[in-house]
Design a protein around this ligand. Structure first.
Ligand code: GCO
Length: 254
């Protein structure tokens, strides 16, 4: 194992890890030696995913809670540390999408997206900082999006929340840096995940995405894990307040 990317002995919680990009990042960290704790809302799905990692020699665990439940998040963090020891890092990845023309976009749906994609990340970071700070530090990664800097119609809540999360990442990096806590974000482009299944199955939309991406294709979830390992490992030891784009170059193409 290259010591720069060695995660041996590190405990990392990944929210929204039962599928898609969350599981891909958890798997990459597990393959790098971390003990990953997979979060989601369905214990059966999480158990199956954790078993898949254990079958590869990992010591993966699960923690079932809804990231929008503040009390549940706090209880879960206490239980994780009581059972497994101090958390080295958290990846605030859990997120939802809601697509609708603005004129039909209900306020309740907007608030639901913001609660999951932004507010829950604030709560997790605050609670993680309370634990990591006195121990000399740790790592926090937020999953933002390529959307925000550039945007598309029908996903205003997602864009607003993810762009807010970019700004929150910078705010946390500056406030928590002196405590040894590095805070960064990963900005995925368009990946072929379950959340995007309606898009990948739409031939016209899919062709549009492929045309706007220099690599001419959708990303595959396993192509995101390396960014998480980089930011969580010794290799990322002086990276703070950064938004790491993993989008095939889409964000820099006109
Ligand atoms: C959408 C997609 C996007 C992607 C990703 C792009 O509806 O446009 O769901 O939000 O998931 O965030 O960076």
């Amino acid at each position: 194992m290259n010591p720069l990317f060695d995660m041996t002995g590190r405990l990392v919680l990944v929210t929204g890890a039962s599928r898609g990009l969350g599981f891909a990042m958890a798997e990459a960290l597990s393959d790098a030696g971390a003990h990953v704790v997979l979060n989601g809302r369905d214990p059966a799905t999480l158990d199956a995913k954790a078993e898949a990692l254990r079958a590869k020699g990992s010591t993966a665990s699960i923690s079932t809670f809804d990231v929008t439940d503040e009390a549940g998040t706090i209880t879960a963090l206490d239980a994780i540390e009581a059972e497994h020891g101090p958390l080295w890092g958290v990846i605030a990845n859990a997120g939802i999408q809601h697509r609708s023309p603005i004129e039909e976009f209900e306020t309740a749906d907007f608030e639901r997206v913001v609660a999951t994609n932004l507010t829950s990340c604030f709560v997790l970071a605050r609670e993680a900082a309370k634990r990591m700070g006195p121990r000399g530090g740790g790592r926090i990664i937020n999953t933002v999006s390529m959307l925000g800097t550039t945007v598309r119609p029908t996903v205003p809540a997602y864009i607003a929340a993810k762009e807010g999360l970019r700004a929150l990442t910078r705010a946390l990096a500056v406030e928590l840096g002196p405590k040894g806590i590095l805070v960064n974000a990963i900005a995925p482009g368009y990946f072929a995940t379950e959340m995007n299944q309606a898009l990948t199955e739409d031939a016209e939309f899919s062709a549009w995405i492929e045309g706007k991406t220099p690599l001419g294709r959708w990303g595959q979830p396993n192509e995101l894990g390396g960014a998480a390992v980089f930011l969580m490992s010794p290799a990322g030891g002086f990276v703070n307040g950064h938004v790491l784009a993993v989008d095939g170059g889409m964000s820099v193409q006109v």
